[in-house]
Design a protein around this ligand. Structure first.
Ligand code: C2O
Ligand code: CU
Ligand code: CU
Length: 565
């Protein structure tokens, strides 16, 4: 082996300047946008080839630059060798355009959603959402940012030149095996990266820069700060600008959450500052803390040893360089008009309780439930009356924190354990982090889109939890069509598949007029018989095929696919 001076210089340079320049994803804008989902290879490590998935490239996806009011026609070409979906996380779109687990794109097929951008200026993102595969498809690389602007944002003196003073930062951790291949799912995510760049550096001008942070990790929570402990200014939460900048030295971001921050590097030319995650400050009970559960003896398979857990680590190195031509050098004092929905206007409160499927010390290795049930593609858990203003009260009765996400809407956090939410959460949100034993309440309105055959999702954004059933689905329905207090009903429906007769065990009496069977095209079938016996319903005389059984009463809403063989 030959150790040249050059090697020593390179090694020294890597130590001094970080390993690689930060990758800045390309951008796409306009009214026609094409995304090609593809298999690829990428060198996370110099000279080591990792198999990846990406959109319009080998890793991640282009940043979409859109304006409120734009009408956009998308073509999503699935050039992967497997089925996936693409979901617009945070965008207020119809359920058919939302790209959830029902809207699959087969290998070789294309999907053409089109919609008007209704959202406020903020940073959103897109990612696959195939049930049980979300973690794998996101971890292998498909994730991209969506930057939306509106008139209110455009009128502010903010940095907005992409890649110059306005930087996208997709923060992730991954687990690589001995052959440098991505392992997902995994609790051994010990490699931190920003924009798929391990140990990145960024030449940042000595002025106010804007950073669009996304926690795109499968599970890890980041507690973001700067190594010199200088204050930075959060200007946006998930779905909109804040009313005024939130000056802070730490910002907690759980998976799925975004924040836009301003860092003022004016006068710091020549200095080196690190963007870090101060995970040593995370309390136990958070993925990323020393103990993932709130009890120190609760373990999570593969979680330890991991140098990132409970330790402070670098995400990125800033080399502060000369100013650009017309720099922004001060932080605005006011931002946007933020009008939270009045609590008094709510006409429904729903409670959602998170619990482990198996109790005890090993509960972190099991599944997690919402209101005692696991996800079922065929069950609509909640039917929301159109234009309802609702309070959702989330209570975490498990030992680990869960970032709760809901599709279709942005919400306002009303309280955490009865207290006013912190400044970082006083804006529009679509993910809220709920720590063990906490109760978080938010308020939202279900407007614009109604009566779609496709449901929207709500779920934990820890992708392992989501894939393993910590998810539910809701539809928004015009008020006259449904009563407003449908509850989830876990019915025992068997056998399925059947040869023509199915049994339903329900907890209450059902009027036969509330039991309907539809064929695959949505046509109601009349030709079946019903028998009631001791609270059990028998449906017989079903012809061969695939059917949807629906039971709707004031308290029950069941939609279940039945196969008759
Ligand atoms: Cu970020 Cu249901 O997704
Ligand atoms: Cu989403
Ligand atoms: Cu969870």
């Amino acid at each position: 082996m030959k150790f040249s001076l050059l090697t020593i210089l390179i090694v020294t340079a890597q130590i001094l300047y970080g390993q690689s320049p930060l990758l800045i994803p390309s951008t796409i804008s306009g009214s026609t946008i094409e995304l090609n989902l593809q298999n690829g290879t990428y060198e996370f490590y110099n000279g080591k080839v990792t198999t990846t998935m990406g959109a319009n490239g080998d890793i991640l996806g282009p940043t979409l630059l859109l304006n409120q009011g734009d009408f956009v026609n998308f073509t999503i070409n699935n050039q992967l060798s497997e089925t996936t979906t693409i979901h617009w996380h945070g965008l207020h779109v119809s359920a058919e355009n939302d790209g959830g687990p029902h809207t699959t794109i087969a290998a070789g097929a294309a999907w053409n959603p089109s919609f008007t951008i209704l959202d406020k200026a903020a940073t959103y993102w897109y990612h696959p959402h195939l049930h049980e595969k979300t973690n794998e498809h996101v971890s292998k690389g498909i994730a991209g940012l969506i930057i939306i602007t509106d008139d209110e944002e455009a009128a502010l003196a903010l940095p907005r030149t992409y890649g110059v003073d306005d930087f996208p930062m997709v923060m992730q951790t991954k687990d690589f095996d001995a052959n440098y291949q991505i392992v997902a799912p995994s609790n051994a995510d010990d490699v931190a990266m920003v924009n798929a760049t391990i140990d990145p550096y960024l030449d940042a001008p000595a002025q106010v820069i804007r950073i669009r942070l996304l926690n795109g990790s499968s599970q890890r929570v980041f507690n973001v700060g700067l190594s010199n402990d200088q204050a930075f200014y959060q200007i946006a939460s998930d779905g909109g600008l804040l009313a005024t900048p939130n000056q802070t030295t730490r910002l907690l971001l759980s998976p799925g959450e975004r924040a836009e921050i301003l860092v003022n590097f004016t006068g710091e030319e020549g200095s080196t500052v690190y963007l870090k995650s101060y995970a040593s400050e995370l309390p136990n009970g958070i993925y990323g803390a020393t103990n993932p559960g709130n009890n120190a003896s609760m373990t999570l398979d593969g979680y330890n040893p991991n140098p990132l857990n409970g330790a402070d680590f670098n995400l990125l190195q800033f080399n502060v360089v000369a100013q650009t031509a017309s720099p922004i050098t001060s932080i605005p004092t006011t931002l946007a008009v933020v009008t939270p929905i009045e609590e008094s206007t709510s006409n429904k409160t729903r409670t959602l309780t998170f619990s482990p499927a198996t109790m005890g010390m090993d509960q972190l290795n099991g599944d997690f439930l919402i209101n005692d049930v696991s996800f079922d593609m065929d069950v609509i858990n909640i039917s929301v009356p159109f234009e309802n203003v609702e309070i959702w009260e989330l209570t975490n009765q498990s030992a680990i924190a869960h970032p709760f996400h809901i599709h279709d809407v942005q919400f306002y956090v009303l309280s955490r354990n009865g207290n006013t939410p912190p400044a970082s959460e006083q804006g529009r949100k679509d993910v809220v982090f709920v720590k063990p034993q906490e109760t978080v309440r938010f308020i939202t309105v279900f407007e614009t889109f109604t009566d779609s055959p496709v449901p929207y999702m709500y779920h934990c954004h820890l992708l392992t939890h989501e894939d393993r059933g910590m998810m539910g689905q809701f539809t928004v329905n015009t008020p006259l069509a449904v009563a407003d207090n449908y509850l989830l009903h876990t019915a025992n429906i068997y056998p399925n598949p059947t040869t023509g007769t199915i049994n339903l065990n329900l907890e209450e009496q059902i009027d036969p007029n509330n039991i309907k069977i539809y064929d695959q095209t949505g046509k109601e079938l009349k030709q079946f018989g019903l028998k009631f016996l001791n609270g059990q319903v028998q449906i017989y005389g079903l012809p061969k095929g695939l059917f949807v059984l629906k039971i709707q009463t004031k308290d029950v809403f069941i939609s279940k696919k039945i196969i008759v063989e």
